[in-house]
Design a protein around this ligand. Sequence first.
Ligand code: UDX
Length: 436
Amino acid sequence: MHIGIIGTGYVGLVTGACFSEFGVSVTCVDRDEQKVKALKKGDIPFYEPGLEELVKRNVAEGRLNFSTKVKDAIESSLAIFIAVGTPPRGDGTADLSYVKEVSEEIARYMDDYKIIVTKSTVPVGTGKKIRKWIKEKMNGNVDFDIASNPEFLREGSAIGDFMRPDRVVIGAESPQAIAIMRDLYRPLYLIETPFVITNIETAELIKYSSNSFLAVKISFINEIANLCDLVGADVHIVARAMGLDKRIGPKFLHPGPGFGGSCFPKDTVALLHLAGERDAELGVVEAAVKANEKQRALMFSRLKEALGDVSGKKVGILGLSFKPNTNDIREAPSLYMIESLLNEGAKVQAYDPVATPDMKAVFPKVSYKKDAYETVKGVDALVLMTEWNQFRNLDLARIKSTMKSPNFFDLRNIYAPDKMKELGFNYYCVGRNSIK
Ligand code: UDX
């Protein structure tokens, strides 16, 4: 089978590379010429473990091609995936102008039956809009179907998530489209991945509901963590015991400085809009969003409280990306922390294994260091924002000896409070009796 993928951002590229690994012939299109040129050589514009090898191998074996022309992805493709960006507008609603542009271009070149599949996270009702946009621009009367096939890829482990997903969701209108989509995902069918086959609107809503529910889980445990600090309880033990209840499950109950990334913040707000437009109330999701904003602010106010005043103080930040194994800093809690520190006159020095260039573009005034040890030299406080593996086993005695004051803010709870106190740190974490 031959498929086309429009948009070689995170979702499009991972999807294209993984389908080609399944033996499908894939043409990925992006209008950015430089990007396409680089991709042909196997240069990936972002950090994602395993992706470079996958792209290089499948390009070399001729199954994965890149082009700047939408036409190339349409001719001879049975399915065309739309994976372009749907950035949030000022009011939080998704901007569908790229999706519309691509739909109209697909219409121009469509000469035979095709399925147009949305991979981008799009508001409920977009499938219908795409059908309308295509019909309006189509020459003649070619039969086509629309499908929604949301992705559930986590940055940093996207390839594993694609190859061994918890489920595949397919929303489509006709039995023919469903059969083709199933065929495309045959390798997953063979390893008994559950398939959820439904209508387009349901598939579109599954994506928003899943991400919003996970965001609710995180905000819930963050609020419980803050309560733990006030009553002398340990949130890790609370979360573990909660997670042992199979109805709750252990995942996404890790407290921290708040969720970030390209999905949870954007999708929760978009879902609230969708509900608002229909006068529906989603109070739980609304509360999760508010709790997340408060969590980010709380981390800074705790630091401020510990330092008295941050003006003129030197603060070291370890980890800038919104989570480990990615260079993505979109909505990262570190952005809020650094901005607050700089606004209040602190000097900031920081290190991240891969996200430094991205952060430098946003905060050129921060002093970027080459490793964790350089970052802690002479600081009044150290704030660990992202749980990269290389921060899990730091030489703590060395760190303490070079800090000006031993204020250690472990916002990912990777160290043991007792041990840190024993070593002489003023150790602060999230929900493990750090206040009392
Ligand atoms: C998420 C979804 O998991 C994925 O299915 C979807 O398709 C895209 O959005 P991603 O944004 O890559 O993936 O990261 P994820 O691992 O889900 O983490 C999101 C944020 O929540 C991060 O900031 C992370 O630090 C935070 N988080 C996650 C917590 O604070 N606690 C947790 O227990 C889990």
